[in-house]
Design a binder for this molecule. Structure first.
Ligand code: C2E
Ligand code: MG
Ligand code: MG
Length: 336
């Protein structure tokens, strides 16, 4: 009943429309709520259909979604998280962990990735994926990004002073990249903490990069002019991975963890990683592999020519005081 009706409507809109001699393509997102089942009043019915419609949009448009109580629960939960997140940001309760990156050729830690952490008193640990998405959807991301940068750089400053070659990787979300304040913010932080921007790698996921390619090119080139390095995160998971690379000034590719899983047994994953390494090499782009969990994986990756690694096999993300201990002189990297 409902699904047939919705599919029919979507299909009807599939054909192009002619407007003033131009061809127009339209898609729709449909939200469905059932009277009597989901809602007893017009107001509730419309609200629920609206909630379902946003769900349909989120799933990628040109779709329909049917309201359900689980959907409603998810949305109320997100509102709860949003409120707590707002407070946590104000109280500066978001923490930053650091995961070392290892250069195996010299057996040394060459840098860290800053990763946001949040434990709410009542809700417990909330994953960064979850709270960053919520921050993006609600406009909290600029304050959150500012806070993360602040905490990450103030820690990094000390390590950087002790060993100037260390780098710090910081993740940027989609809306941070679009934010007009990003460049002024980064400029402010760099001068406030007196850090050489060349030691900062701004990580942008391949997805974000591709989904808005013009803005991405424009902003990354501005960031490069300021001296920052650009790293393409989750590389290999996007759509058109290879072809656009030659046109951009990217410093690093971060090969996604999904290629590391089963690398021991998957000839396919080996071939893909190998191709990525060759290409990066030709284009003079550095490569780091993330998500290395076992020695076997490491061995395979080394055979393929990888030298830079990040993963649980070496170190888990840890609070700043953990890094302080690691950076004590003469402490070897715990691998052979
Ligand atoms: P990402 O930038 O790709 O970060 C790598 C993720 O992989 C981190 O998860 C890290 O803890 C995890 N990881 C590292 N080594 C291993 C391993 O060997 N095995 C496995 N299974 N996982 C490993 P985390 O910290 O949960 O972050 C998830 C994502 O959330 C990040 O993916 C990033 O996209 C986002 N994120 C985290 N912190 C921030 C932040 O400060 N700002 C922004 N915009 N996004 C952030
Ligand atoms: Mg990252
Ligand atoms: Mg990644």
């Amino acid at each position: 009943g409902i699904s047939r009706f919705c599919n029919k409507q979507l299909k009807l809109l599939d054909a192009p429309f002619m407007l003033n001699g131009r061809e127009l393509n339209v898609t729709a997102s449909i939200g469905v709520s059932v009277y009597g089942e989901d809602a007893q009043t017009t107001t509730d019915l419309i609200r629920n259909a609206d909630i379902a419609m946003y769900q349909a949009k989120k799933r990628g448009r040109n779709q329909y979604a049917i309201f359900s109580s689980e959907l409603h629960r998810d949305i109320s939960e997100n509102i709860e998280i949003e409120n707590r997140l707002r407070l946590a940001i104000r109280k500066r309760q978001i923490e930053v962990y650091f995961q070392p990156q290892v250069q195996l050729m010299h057996s040394e830690i060459v840098g860290f990735e800053a990763l946001a952490r949040w434990t709410d008193k009542e809700m417990g640990v909330i994953s960064p994926q979850k709270f960053i998405t919520i921050a993006e959807d609600t406009g909290l991301i600029s304050d959150l990004g500012d806070l993360i940068l602040d905490k990450a750089l103030s820690q990094f400053k000390q390590w950087h002073e002790a060993k100037p070659s260390l780098t710090l990787s910081v993740n940027l979300s989609a809306s941070q990249l679009q934010d007009d304040d990003l460049i002024p913010l980064l400029k402010r932080k760099i001068s406030e903490f007196a850090i050489n921007p060349h030691q900062i790698k701004l990580e942008i996921t391949e997805d974000i990069f591709i989904s808005n390619i013009d803005t991405s090119i424009q902003i990354t080139s501005q960031l490069k002019k300021l001296g920052f390095q650009i790293s393409l995160d989750d590389f290999g998971t996007g759509y058109s991975s290879l072809s656009y690379l030659k046109d951009f000034d990217i410093d690093e590719l971060k090969i996604d963890r999904s290629f590391v899983d089963h690398i021991e047994t998957s000839e396919r994953n080996k071939a893909i990683v190998s191709a990525m390494l060759v290409m990066a090499h030709v284009l003079s782009i550095d490569c780091i592999v993330e998500g290395v969990e076992t020695e076997q994986q490491l061995i395979e990756l080394q055979k393929l020519g990888c030298t830079l690694f990040q993963g649980y096999f070496f170190y888990r993300p840890m609070p700043a005081n953990g890094i302080d201990l690691l950076l004590q002189p003469d402490l070897p990297v715990p691998i052979g």
